[in-house]
Design a protein around this ligand. Structure first.
Ligand code: NI
Length: 173
């Protein structure tokens, strides 16, 4: 397995729509494992393929609280087939938007249809934190970041700060 470099905003590759996976084969399974390793190491609770520069509809999620409690979820071509009428608000962050957090409102519960790591079609119902993380990661496949759910004022403030820290990082190298 390998650690993959994570892209950070602003980056045009994070704004692209990812392509569907034809079938979950060995190369997709390997990518899923590398994404999980990268996510655990970051550490984070979700990662989408576009965040590691791969424009394919693949996400991994694990909201387990500790290393002993790992519950990795691997999905290809996830689609939401049902959402609850009521919403939840969580403070979200993102490995591609380092050190910035903001409250985002999303449906409280969802049902997702996807291909699992054996290329089988499955459905999963999720609510609470898991529902939010899955929606956040699926957004990445559309080129949407959590900051796109904020006001343009807040979003631009965060993007300017990220751009500034990127420039500073280049300058000290
Ligand atoms: Ni994210």
């Amino acid at each position: 397995m390998a650690l993959l470099p994570i892209l950070t905003a602003p980056d045009p590759r994070l704004k692209q729509k990812a392509a569907r996976v034809e079938a979950v084969d060995d190369s997709v399974r390997l990518l899923m494992e590398d994404m999980l390793e990268t996510m655990y190491q970051a550490p984070g609770i979700g990662l989408a393929a576009p965040q590691v520069g791969v424009q394919r509809r693949i996400i991994v999620v694990d909201i387990g609280k500790s290393e002993e409690d790992r519950q990795p979820i691997r999905m290809a071509n996830p689609e939401i087939v049902w959402v609850s009428e009521d919403d939840n608000t969580y403070e979200e962050g993102c490995l591609s938007v380092p050190e910035h957090y903001a409250e985002v409102v999303r449906p409280r519960a969802i049902r997702v249809r996807y291909l699992d790591e054996q290329n089988e079609i499955r459905e999963m119902e999720a609510d609470g934190l898991l529902a939010t993380v899955l929606q956040h990661e699926m957004d990445h496949l559309e080129g949407i970041l959590f900051i796109d759910h904020l006001s343009s004022l807040k979003r631009n403030m965060i993007l300017r700060k990220l751009l500034k820290s990127k420039k500073e990082a280049v300058a000290v190298r």
